[in-house]
Write a protein that binds this ligand. Structure first.
Ligand code: ZN
Length: 607
């Protein structure tokens, strides 16, 4: 007899790696007598966009014993099998050709999948334990593959195909799986064994990277207070020519990066690429607590059939984005100067977007599904990132808590309070839960800050707050489109001018990708998609737009020749001095000793 402890049994194997097809089997001993429904999620936790994974299912069949069962579609993601007089077996063929951290990917070199892409939920049986048999199939090109996943082994040998298990469907689909030939590195941090599995050709120094990751993981575990809520942890990294992305899970993370970002053997430095890779790992690792265990109430439990809205992503992504790089400097992996450069670049991204005056980070969180995740050419004018501005608001909150309490209360205390109150208990964070906890710690008086910076569209007062910790904030004009900010710019002989456009190189032209609200380009009628072929009567070729723009004089009208669709237009445009929208941060050499002590406490972390 089947009961609530009878597991739902899944099996997955490459069916045809050349055709990018996985075969998935699912067995239920006691299907719904009225006809068993199965469905695939519409989205994957951590990535707030409807993806409709069911659209990649190319075959769905059901049997009871040897008898085929009729299958009816219920909606875009649900199948209902005819009533079965005994155990039910369902077989899916799923197309897997999305090499992203949220997808599934299979070819003759490797396989990778996230559960929501391939493993259907059995309606009414979601709370049951599950087993997953990971097999390599019959194709000789898959033989010899190893398996990397943080899912609990249930008979499988380490790093091998075989049987794995999870306590529920929700847990089952929280463990991405890599199958193939990967490099492995192991390290200990905070009493927890961590693994780094790297897929893709590379010559990186993984033992160096493991050493740096260990210090970063220790910093996070130390912040939340041990023991870490993990038996083991797996960083699942895929390296390609130019990828970038990450997705958090409870006991692992999927990461996509450029192979050039890996540290080179013999090079002790931390270049920009490696720094960004460590920041990405640090970000996903912080999520182990913040969003995977401390969760918005709206996500308890996840409804994966449709959009689920919360205004709190500014905290769950903003605080995570704040601590990701902060942990690098606290762990001693990068210098304070390097950290300030990262912070200045993040601030520059925010200060360059006019959309921050139109949308608050609470609204940006709520609308993530249709706006942040579906950005178009108008996005910089219309929306704000709950990641970037969220991180700056969280930094401001940290500095404000420190100022109000003369250093006795910090954001670390807020993080620990949320962990104790919501993370350890599993209770969801209500929409006002972060603000309430912060007010409790500060003894009130933060309503105005949250009203202005979280629910309103004001910039956080960072120039003032950073002075407390001996950091100078300065705004200057950008010097060309490649200027990411963060550092003081090299002064030029002339003041920079702007046409208020972002462009990308196109054959024989510069393609307009964004027209800044209120800028000269907008006033002249230049539009996204226009192909600019000449500025001031001189040809613009590919990358040449910046050079032409830099040669213009403010206030002096010039013609711009461009193609819109196939029509040639000549539009007069008057350049203006470039706005001071580029943030540079520097350690203040004249900071008094109290500020230096506060800076050391901030960048050193709490004991
Ligand atoms: Zn994140």
């Amino acid at each position: 007899m089947a009961d609530a402890a009878t597991p739902v049994r899944y099996r997955i194997a490459p069916l045809d790696p050349g055709a990018h097809l996985f075969r998935v089997d699912c067995e239920v001993d006691d299907p719904d007598p009225a006809g068993q429904a199965l469905s695939l999620p519409a989205w994957i936790p951590g990535s707030y966009m409807i993806r409709d994974f069911a659209r990649h299912v190319v075959a769905f069949r059901a049997w009871c014993g040897k008898e085929p069962l009729a299958v009816a579609r219920v909606d875009k993601q649900t199948w209902r099998c005819a009533p079965a007089d005994g155990p039910l077996r369902v077989t899916l063929e799923v197309y897997a050709w999305d090499l992203s951290v949220r997808g599934a990917h299979l070819d003759t070199t490797h396989g990778y999948f996230n559960g929501p892409c391939v493993l259907p939920a059995v309606a009414g049986r979601e709370a049951r334990p599950c087993t997953l048999e990971i097999a390599l199939g019959d194709d000789p090109r898959c033989s010899g593959w190893r398996v990397a996943t943080a899912m609990t082994r249930d008979g499988a040998a380490p790093w091998s195909p075989g049987r794995y298990r999870a306590e529920s469907y929700d847990a089952l689909i929280d463990h991405p799986v890599e199958m193939g030939h990967f490099s492995l590195e192991r390290f200990e941090a905070g009493g927890v064994t961590h693994h780094l599995a790297v897929t893709g050709a590379h010559r990186g120094d993984l033992s160096r990277m493991a050493g740096d990751l260990a210090r970063i993981c220790e910093a996070h575990i130390g912040l939340f207070g041990g023991p870490a809520p993990l038996p083991e942890y797996l960083f699942l990294l895929t390296v390609t020519g130019s990828g970038y992305g990450g997705l958090e899970h409870r006991a692992s993370s999927s990461l996509l990066a450029s192979r050039d970002d890996l540290p080179r053997p013999g090079d002790p430095g931390v270049g920009e690429g490696y720094r960004s890779l460590l920041g990405l790992c640090s970000h996903e690792y912080f999520h182990t607590w913040n969003v995977k265990r401390i969760k918005p109430a709206a996500f308890v439990p996840y409804d994966l059939s449709r959009e689920v809205h919360t205004t709190l992503l500014w905290w769950f992504e903003g605080a995570t984005s704040y601590y990701d790089d902060l942990a690098l400097v606290r762990a001693g992996v990068i210098s304070p100067g390097s950290y300030l450069e990262l912070l200045g670049q993040a601030a520059t991204r925010v200060w360059r977007g006019a959309g921050r005056h139109r949308q608050s980070i609470a609204e940006s969180s709520f609308d993530a599904w249709t706006r942040f995740y579906k950005q178009d050419e108008n996005a910089p004018n219309a929306i704000v990132s709950y990641y970037s501005k969220g991180a700056l608001v969280v930094l401001a909150l940290d500095l404000l808590l420190r100022r109000r309490s003369e250093g006795r209360t910090t954001l670390d205390d807020l993080v620990r309070m949320l962990w104790e109150r919501y993370g350890r208990t599993g209770a969801g964070v209500p929409e006002d839960g972060v603000e309430a906890a912060a007010a409790e710690l500060a003894g009130g008086g933060l309503e105005d800050f949250f009203a202005r910076c979280v629910h309103g569209t004001e910039d956080p007062p960072l120039a003032d707050l950073l002075a407390d910790v001996g950091v100078r904030w300065a705004l200057r004009p950008a010097r060309g489109q490649g200027d990411k900010g963060g550092r003081p710019g090299e002064g030029g002989a002339t003041e920079p001018v702007t046409l208020g456009l972002r462009t990308a190189a196109a054959p024989g032209a510069a393609r307009v990708t964004h027209v800044r609200a209120g800028g000269p380009g907008e006033a002249a009628g230049i539009a996204p998609g226009d192909l600019i072929v000449a500025v001031d009567g001189l040809r613009v070729d590919g990358e040449g737009f910046d050079r032409r723009e830099a040669a213009l004089a403010p206030g002096v009208e010039v013609p711009v020749h461009l193609f819109r669709q196939d029509a040639l237009l000549t539009l007069p445009v008057t350049p203006r001095p470039a706005p001071a929208d580029t943030v540079s941060l520097a350690l203040d050499p004249e900071a008094p000793p109290e500020a230096l002590a506060r800076r050391a406490a901030w960048l050193g972390g709490s004991p």
